[in-house]
Write a protein that binds this ligand. Sequence first.
Ligand code: ACO
Length: 328
Amino acid sequence: MLRARIAGTGRATPDKVLTNDDLSKMVATSDEWINERTGIRERRILEEGRTTSDLASLAGRRACETAEIDPREVDCIIVATISPDMPMPAVAVTVQQKLGITGQCPAFDVSAACAGFIYGMSIADSFVKCGRYKRVLVIGVEILSRLVDWTDRNTCVLFGDGAGAALLVPHEGEDRGILSTHLFADGSGVPYLNIPGGGSAEPTTLKTVEAKRHLVKMQGKPVFTHAVKNISAAAKTALEANGKTPADVDWVVAHQANLRILEGVAERCGLPIEKFYLNIHKYGNTSSASIPIALDEAAREGKVKPGDLVLMAALGAGLSWGSALVRF
Ligand code: ACO
């Protein structure tokens, strides 16, 4: 049986660390509040002058190095992001340039917010399985520090910057590869989490910028509730579709939005929290980058090993959500 296998992972996170104590000097918050409500202690912020494509191409290059594949052999690039270098063109084409890839290599972005990496991986999985492309680089990247309102304590404490990547290749056999992906969306969730300005609904004007309509707006409570419910449902769907039980799962590499969300998912799914790879305390919510960053860290730390059964699941703005079951 032909499957798509993750041949290599990579990540790139900025050096600059912003701690909860640093934030408490910027808005009315505290390390205690943030840590208790979210599990976040610090996050990374990209330095001025560097861009989404810089971090994305670095993570992509590292994934290729791990897979021992020259980036010039990549034949398709999918970048999951809601914070590209610019609204047009896709940041994936700039990543293609920065990786030195020329010629017949399609490159495009996927916009599914925090679920973006699962969406991107699902598309890549289909491309590889049907034989269309053989070296598909999937990158999740966000520079959300440039899209949050640093005077709004409801949102600015949650997010961080980073990039993660996975290189997918064909694999013959049952022992490795992506077993399934499941994608979902519910547009009734648009009001819960969005950037209202800058599109056709509210084109950018001086007024929209003064009103900060180009920055993230969020209603935390409904997002939280839907995240626990839908991530759990997607995780269960992944297991059921493959005839697996929670006991079969070696690692859960889920979207790192909030430790309490993941604890809720663990409880609903009957998965011990010890099986969840957690790094939210270090990076905050890096949206579409969170799963590939966590996967790369877990692999390099020797936690997620070749052959392990890894369950991935995420939910983000849209609402968009999904899951993937992978024999790593
Ligand atoms: N520091 C101190 N107080 C704060 C802060 C802060 N940073 N932020 C909000 N508050 C205040 C609010 O103003 C409110 O005060 P009020 O009651 O006087 O109006 C109060 O804290 C709200 O407290 P809680 O109801 O206890 O907050 P809650 O437990 O809902 O936690 C949180 C808020 C952390 C945002 C939670 O709702 C959440 O995590 N939601 C999910 C959001 C999320 O993950 N978004 C990311 C994108 S989507 C995704 O990745 C899944």
